[in-house]
Design a protein around this ligand. Structure first.
Ligand SMILES: Cc1cc2nc3c(=O)[nH]c(=O)nc-3n(C[C@H](O)[C@H](O)[C@H](O)COP(=O)(O)OP(=O)(O)OC[C@H]3O[C@@H](n4cnc5c(N)ncnc54)[C@H](O)[C@@H]3O)c2cc1C
Length: 464
């Protein structure tokens, strides 16, 4: 018979890992079980990356998103020291406290091999850049940022795993199928295959990949959830030299703009200097993303970043997830996967075909993307917003609106339904904590890690 665990952690992404770290280091004798439907950090391998297939074959558990390290394992590892984006933890606690948690997570990363180099928006050059951007109504969000790099990120995770694996019990390839209250203040988790495990306290950190499943579990447990946003856009790819004067100073520039035509908010997101555009599978739909390596030998000649338009729904329609999936599936339908178009072709109203793409000075790093016409997939409003933003960006980074700038679609950022949580990130059910992207409270590595620490500390406080 399985023991009753003091704490079970559902999900070994950034939030789950830092919760596990905090518990293991401050209460070595505690019986902690960490579960993930994906594999350990050494055995995660996407068949596309391994060169076995060209297109996503929709594995039942996606190795890119799931397993030790979660969605962040193969990410570029941009670690943002800010409360301005990357999550909403300040809705639950003081900004200063969130920053302390983020610094703490960083210190653990550093102890496991992360770089000490920090890009800052507070330098004189960054302030000059922000001033110039403001002249065109572009607002540069303030943040310090570290670039861990895709390859270093993996190494840091491996080091953390090695330090943790003998201090608590990890179970990989183990999906939690149901969460039920046991009637005695604890929980029973039903695992794939019907096995049950019992725990006194639960930290649920299922990430984006487990968000829909988790919402259903929460509804079943009588917990309220709120969800009204989806971000839709494209990934822009251009020669790195166009943005070099910006990326050399702040690395990741988060520029926000309100369009004149519709008054919609458009922002740059996930900037990857000298990076690569990649396809991403979000529950069966191909969307786009990007990453870049810290090692100069692994760099490309291009920079890529997302341009996203935020959409919020009220009455009568409130299914942002379905809306976003529908738009992404339209570009999948047209291209059989990710679609790519030259900016010049888009504004002229012509489809980019193989011939036109072959003439492009900007070479696509995602070679599997199929040339096509984004105007057949994205709604007019979002497309107009994106075109307006590209012309505005061209004023601070001349060359952005060049004919050969490549636009990949669709990039869709889904938001997990948000749970009502206390300052300690506890749900309305005592001893049931929720952290990270799957709880709808974070959107990035720094705040996800911070949320895991916060939940673990709440448990430690009660045990002391
Ligand atoms: C391609 C990509 C690049 C990114 N780049 C950056 C970046 O540069 N900087 C940044 O700040 N953020 C980045 N992000 C976002 C960042 O990765 C996430 O914000 C972060 O990983 C969230 O951590 P999490 O622990 O909440 O969830 P996740 O990392 O998603 O982990 C959740 C884990 O829970 C597991 N799980 C889910 N459901 C179940 C279940 N029922 N049973 C068992 N296990 C389950 C999953 O398998 C997964 O391993 C990127 C994301 C992607 C996809």
């Amino acid at each position: 018979m399985n023991p009753i665990y003091d704490v079970a952690i559902l999900g070994c992404g950034e939030a789950g890992i830092f919760a596990a770290y905090e518990l293991a280091h401050h209460r070595p004798g505690l019986k902690v079980l960490a579960l993930d439907q994906g594999r350990d950090i050494y055995h995660r391998s996407c068949p596309i990356v391994a060169g076995k297939v060209r297109e996503c074959i929709h594995c039942s558990v996606c190795d890119t998103m799931c397993g030790f390290g979660g969605a962040g394992a193969f990410s570029d590892g941009k670690f943002n020291f800010t409360t301005q984006f990357g999550g909403w933890l300040t809705d639950f606690m003081e900004p200063r406290h969130v920053m302390e948690l983020i610094d703490y997570v960083d210190s653990i990363n550093v102890a496991h091999g992360a770089t000490q180099e920090v890009f800052s928006t507070e330098s004189a050059e960054a302030r000059a850049l922000a001033r110039k951007a403001l002249g065109f109504d572009l607002h540069l969000l303030q943040a310090r940022c570290k670039h861990l790099g895709t390859e270093n990120n993996l190494r840091i995770l491996q080091n953390i795993y090695e330090g943790l694996k003998d201090k608590l019990e990890f179970r990989f390839n183990t999906a939690v199928e149901h969460i039920v209250q046991d009637g005695e203040g604890g929980f029973r988790l039903t695992l794939g295959g019907g096995e049950e495990v019992a725990c006194k306290r639960l930290i649920a950190a299922p990430g984006r990949s487990g968000a829909e499943w988790f919402s259903e579990q929460c509804k079943g447990l009588g917990l309220e959830l709120l969800n009204n946003q989806v971000d839709i856009g494209v990934r822009v790819e251009l020669p790195a030299s166009v943005f070099e004067h910006i990326t050399d100073v702040v690395y990741e520039s988060k520029l926000v703009y309100r369009t004149q035509q519709y008054g919609d908010q458009v922002r740059t997101f996930c900037m990857n200097p000298y990076g690569h555009v990649v396809a991403e599978n979000v529950e069966g739909i191909n969307t786009v993303n990007g990453h870049s390596y810290a090692d100069p030998k692994l760099r490309s000649e291009n920079t890529n970043f997302a341009l996203l338009v935020s959409n919020r729904f009220t009455q009568p329609f409130n299914e942002p997830y379905r809306y976003g999936k529908h738009i992404a599936s339209l570009s999948n339908m047209l291209a059989g996967g990710v679609l790519v178009q030259r900016f010049g072709d888009l504004v002229k109203g012509v489809r980019t075909n193989e011939h036109r793409l072959s003439k492009s000075f900007t070479r696509p790093t995602l070679t599997a993307a199929v040339p096509g016409d984004l105007s057949l997939a994205l709604p007019k409003r979002q497309l107009d917003d994106i075109i307006e933003m590209i012309y505005v960006l061209d004023k601070i980074a001349p060359g952005t609106a060049n004919h050969d700038t490549l636009l990949y679609g669709a990039e869709v950022k889904f938001y997990s339904a948000r749970l009502q949580l206390s300052e300690e990130l506890e749900t309305a059910i005592p001893n049931f904590f929720a952290a990270g992207d799957g709880a709808g409270v974070t959107r990035g590595l720094a705040q996800a890690g911070a949320s895991g620490v916060q939940a673990a500390r709440a448990i430690l406080k009660r045990l002391s």
